[in-house]
Ligand binder design. Structure first.
Ligand code: 8VR
Length: 466
């Protein structure tokens, strides 16, 4: 029996803001990232996505590179303000056409499109009205989702509503490093609630419109390991699981929040505040699949009384600070771990463990590994991009995924991040993830990396040759 199911999809992923550019062309409205990245000092060396890697104009060339690689599926996101410049209301037909052409081009090459509706680029017009803190944004999201279903639902079978809610809410409302740069856990929890409601409304619309496909939610998959066997570290690790995992997965897979943590956030912050009907809406609109973005695990220790560190090397929340529990646990470096240049532990076993943890808690939910990859500064040797560490990283993770499948997990596809080198939100262009290199000194010329040819043979052998 083959290790990977016959219909298993070998894909790759990107996101609109990080590749498209053309930030104000053909009627597109501005997103919160178009505005935020233009404020001095907000991003690495003031990089922004005005041009990014110009995928908007290079789409045909990029899809040809995918086809040559043998790619079977491509996960991309739609820029909401490209379709609805004001977030709702008037439709920008030129924007609709861009994605329609992309979908047609993919299908012509037998590449299955997977759409992410929200990969962080909220229309600025909606931010001006309160962004994710207000219900009207969730309602506008439903309108946007319905527009996408009606224009693309005849051709696209795989849909995800949100990408990595913990990241855009955590950075947007707790560390303040993403727009709208708020630092307030209570507001974070309420904004997160509106995202879950927006998701449920979009799933409900998907069913009502009888779209012939599957819809899911994409989360960070981040297993936690206690540093020691002490009772304190174990309790700290359970809390990390509750905050970083259960809080994000339970509402979309079980239809309700984890009760104990909900009781605590409501006691401490008075949030999330429910409106009439919210309970039912969440309960009745569960995902068809879950998307898992796996990069690393975190090692956890109890942290009694210490309040200083609230973010790690990447400026990400790394403690209980998210929920006002910053005294209770924190993430530390695993002394035995192997780390990337960005201090992320390389731990392939965590992918097997994480998948099995999801299966155990949520039952036989179909899963896609919607992101996995190595952020690195790739070496150029005699003009060739020799990204052997990326090959090693991906190879180990494919094996880890295969082990989970052998244990009975329903994993249906694998989408390394990223198809092409792209703009990192806060790291500019120096943190590379792609199979394809982009030369920023030469008109953004594309060049195949060593990993490009390697993944080509992985795909051709259906995962055997790696
Ligand atoms: C994606 C983001 C992309 C990446 C990956 C991995 C960071 C990174 C923080 O969903 O769109 O930009 O972001 O996740 O994590 O390493 O740059």
């Amino acid at each position: 029996m083959a290790a990977f199911p016959k219909d298993f999809l070998w894909g790759a992923a990107t996101a609109a803001y990080q590749v498209e550019g053309a930030h104000n062309e053909d009627g597109k409205g501005l997103s919160i990232w178009d505005v935020f990245s233009h404020l001095p000092g907000t991003t690495y060396q003031n990089t922004n996505g005005d041009v990014a890697v110009d995928h908007y104009h290079c789409m045909q060339e990029d899809v040809a590179l995918m086809a040559e690689m043998g790619l079977q599926s491509y996960r991309f996101s739609i820029s909401w303000p490209r379709l609805l410049p004001n977030g709702r209301g008037e439709v920008n037909e030129a924007g609709v056409k861009f994605y329609s052409d992309l979908i047609d081009t993919l299908l012509a090459h037998n590449i299955v499109p997977m759409i992410t509706l929200y990969h962080w680029d909220l229309p600025q017009a909606l931010q001006d009205e309160g962004g994710w803190e207000v219900r009207s944004t969730a309602e506008a999201f439903e309108e946007y989702a319905r527009l996408c279903y009606s224009r693309y639902g005849d051709r696209v079978k795989l849909w995800a509503t949100f990408n990595e809610t913990i990241v855009f809410i955590g950075h947007g409302y707790i560390t303040g490093s993403h727009p709208p740069s708020v630092r307030d856990p209570g507001r974070a929890i309420q904004a997160c609630h509106q995202v879950f409601i927006a998701h449920a409304l979009a799933v409900k619309a998907f069913r009502e419109m009888k779209i012939a496909g599957e819809i899911g939610f994409v989360n960070v998959l981040q297993p936690h390991t206690a540093l020691t066997n002490s009772a304190e570290d174990k309790v700290a690790t359970e809390l990390a699981d509750a905050i970083h995992t259960h809080w994000l997965y339970d509402p979309v897979l079980k239809g309700h929040y984890p009760e104990a943590l909900l009781a605590q956030t409501q006691a401490i912050w008075g949030v999330p505040r429910f409106e009439a009907g919210d309970d039912e809406l969440l309960r009745n609109n569960l995902c068809d699949f879950i998307g898992l973005n796996y990069y690393r695990r975190e090692t956890v220790v109890a942290n009694p009384g210490e309040t200083s560190t609230a973010s790690n090397h990447n400026g990400e929340p790394n403690s209980g600070a998210e929920f006002g529990f910053k005294d209770l646990f924190k993430f530390v470096r695993n002394p035995d771990g192997v780390y990337t240049d960005w201090d992320w532990e390389i731990w392939p076993q965590g992918l097997t463990d994480g998948i099995m943890m999801i299966k155990e808690r949520y039952g036989d939910i179909p899963m896609y590994i919607t992101e996995n990859g190595l952020g690195a500064k790739d070496p150029i040797v005699d003009g060739e991009i020799v990204d052997q560490p990326r090959i090693d990283y991906l190879s180990m993770h494919i094996e880890a995924m295969e082990n989970a499948i052998a244990k009975g997990a329903d994993v249906r596809g694998y989408y390394p991040w990223s198809f092409i080198d792209l703009l990192s939100w806060l790291n500019g262009y120096k943190k590379q993830y792609g199979f394809v290199y982009v030369d920023h000194n030469q008109n953004l010329a594309r060049k195949r990396k060593k990993s490009y040819f390697w993944y080509q043979s992985v795909i051709a052998s259906h995962g055997e040759q790696r």
